[in-house]
Design a protein around this ligand. Sequence first.
Ligand SMILES: Cc1ncc(COP(=O)(O)O)c(C=O)c1O
Length: 402
Amino acid sequence: MPGKELFGEEERKEINDVLATGILFRYGHDALRNNHWKAKDFETEVKKITGAKFAHAMSSGSTAIATALAASGIGAGDEVIVPPFTFMATIEAVLFIGALPVFAEIDETLCLSAEGIKQAITKKTKGVCLVHMCGAMAEMDSIMKVINENKLILVEDAGQSFSSSYKGTYTGLFGKAGSYSFDFFKIATAGEGGVLVTNDETTYKKADVYSDHGHNHEGNNRGMENHPYLGFNYRISELHAAIGLVQTRRVPAIKEKNRHNKQFLINELSKTTGISFSRLADPDGDSATHLNLFLPDTEAAKRTVTELRTANVGGFDYWFLNMYHFINQWDHIKEMRTVSKLPIEILGAPQDYKNLQLPKTQEVIGKLISFGVSCKWTEPEMRELATKISACVTKAIKPVNA
Ligand SMILES: Cc1ncc(COP(=O)(O)O)c(C=O)c1O
């Protein structure tokens, strides 16, 4: 459920702090800013929740994952294993830093599986960009085994899974660097924003420099700062950070509500023949933003979607047909339609993207219907929703001649 459901007085107060000074820029202007450092405060809140040693707030989850990849040492010509089920941004980030995406199989966790990663490794594989999908987490024990055995760099796109964890470690902190999105649709929003996390100081410093035109942020004369590396502008503004920091403070309460509401619906829907649920690698670590239903197969899921639409039930995604989250609709990648030439067009793609065989992924995403969980639902609302979903599924899976 998105933090936007709880936008209120506290967000307005933090924005007004920034408006009162007019210092919308996150760096410098010490004498004028009345000691307001919203980007730094946002980073502190993210560190409090995740336990990350370092956090760096940026303009978006997209720029945060691109920076995480670059700061981890992944670049032009490197093969990076990616999932075929993720928001487009993951793949775009890999492509735009010059690297070469290699698609591998996911499993019922909705994330890359250890076996999928293993099968996709080649001599040129430099790293894995693991995506923790739908508020949940990947199966980290088996994945870390493959990563370590093959000496790969792990970067985690936890864009959808801020505050989720696996056996006590927060998503984003298993590999060299990770990222969260704080766009308008996430558990906490900054309007637009992203945060990179890492426990490695060198990676953090590279990210800090890379995301601000190479500035090393030392001294008090911005124009005379040293520039150890080339970078670009992926900065967050103080206004966005002001919202992000309040929303991040709200996350523990949101997560508790989400988990309660999701469990309520699971209890109700478990009684319906034909419904099962995606597998949580660690049920205690779920941020519970999504209720992920599995129907018996793709055809049953498609019929259920039709029934839900007929019954005017909203608030769900059928990713199998989604243009931005599933590879089946990514024609622009398959045909390499780019505005201007990318390194992959010169280096050559590592796979034939038009003819990928990912049967497990097709099966899992085909039968998946995800409902966004609201932290504001009342019990009667949830009961009504469960009744409607249940009726739609029952209709959709009844034998044709019944
Ligand atoms: C997995 C994942 N990665 C990255 C992003 C990109 O985040 P943003 O919209 O903040 O750029 C998203 C956004 O939905 C996402 O779901």
